[in-house]
Design a binder for this molecule. Structure first.
Ligand code: ADP
Length: 332
């Protein structure tokens, strides 16, 4: 193998740049040429290529976002689109590809590997941490710290005004970010898609807290909680707003709602994310050199490992319910 490509795809996450840096510098260390592919799979289909050297990735380990830019592409979901992408790889002489992204990007990577017998390795990067076969994905730790920072600030003003705050975090299908940030941030209640809840229990807990002198409450809500709370997204009302309304109506407590939104995806990556990205990015290149294809890298008990993407995509990453119950007990 002489030349490899690297791209970032799907939702961005802090630490993607550190992963790109690790891929580029490991490849150069092993005397490979590296091509950066801009705009994810869309850029791959269009041949949006950028030759990279050591200095192309200088001064980026601490930057959020991705210097290669990310994108979503419907065309790549079609066989025609993927044929186009494969042709561009052939034309450019790229013999292996590292895809840094989430589970959607991995689905695309798996198809490219299977349909064209092309060496592709996936590096898990998503703040959702919902990719199986890895304890952590790149960006999760930074996003948790962002949420905690937000909670700390909200708590200050919540206390001053004796208010209840409903804080919506990202997580359409997975509650890992919400749960772990809620535990670390001392949220009074944590509502996530994986765990059914009764809004009356949440309200009882809230009333109980105020009765024993609490000055504020923070209720952390993942954006993808149960459909009972689905309201009209067209008028920009999220489930968090619906919950806020119910709480205010049923308790009379002054309640405010905050949607943290995309700020959770930004920021300088934490030390843990930079280290994870460096280790996983380097391993991806080593796997390509070893002739592997259709694999993802992951970290399990602090060991970097490789798994078939197909196997990984058929697993479901389970939430640790003990942590959910612990967060509840510690916030009583
Ligand atoms: P993420 O990687 O963050 O989960 P997406 O789900 O948006 O983000 O996926 C990123 C891109 O991966 C999509 O825009 C599409 O080009 C590609 N992709 C997703 N699912 C598939 C699929 N089933 N087959 C082929 N390509 C896919």
């Amino acid at each position: 193998m002489k030349k490899i490509g690297v791209l970032t795809s799907g939702g961005d996450s802090p630490g993607m740049n550190a992963a790109i840096r690790a891929v580029v510098r490991t490849a150069i260390f092993h005397e490979l040429e590296v091509v950066g592919i801009r705009h994810g799979y869309a850029g791959l289909m269009n041949g949006d290529f950028l030759p990279m050297d050591r200095s192309s990735v200088a001064d980026i380990i601490h930057r959020g976002g991705t210097i290669l830019l990310s994108a979503r592409s419907e065309e790549f979901k079609t066989l025609e689109g993927r044929k186009k992408a494969y042709q561009k790889l052939q034309d450019e002489g790229i013999e292996g590809l590292v895809v840094i992204g989430g589970d959607g990007s991995f689905r695309g990577a798996k198809k490219l590997a299977e349909e064209f017998d092309f060496p592709v390795i996936g590096v898990p990067a998503t703040i959702d941490n919902d990719i199986p076969c890895t304890d952590y994905s790149i960006g999760f730790d930074t996003a948790m710290n962002t949420v905690i920072d937000a909670i700390n600030k909200i708590r200050d003003t919540a206390t001053s005004h004796e208010r209840t705050f409903v804080v919506e975090t990202m997580g359409r299908h997975a509650g890992f970010l919400t749960l772990m940030s809620g535990l670390a941030g001392g949220a009074e209640s944590i509502l996530i898609p994986e765990m059914p809840f009764d809004i009356d229990d949440v309200i009882e807990k809230l009333k109980h807290g105020y009765a024993r002198g609490k000055l504020h409450s923070i209720i952390l809500v993942a954006e993808g909680i149960g459909d009972d709370f689905k309201t009209n997204r067209d008028i920009n009302e999220s489930k968090a707003f619906a919950i806020g309304k119910i709480i205010q109506e049923k308790t009379g407590f002054e309640t405010r709602v905050i949607i943290l939104g995309h700020l959770q995806r930004g920021g300088s990556p934490t030390a843990l994310d930079r280290i994870l990205a460096s280790r996983l990015g380097a391993k991806a290149v080593e796997l390509l050199l070893a002739g592997e294809k259709g694999k993802m890298v992951g970290i399990i008990h602090d060991e970097v490992k490789a798994f078939d993407i197909e196997y990984a995509l058929n697993q479901k990453k389970e939430l640790n319910e003990d942590i959910y119950h612990l967060a509840h007990i510690l916030s009583l």
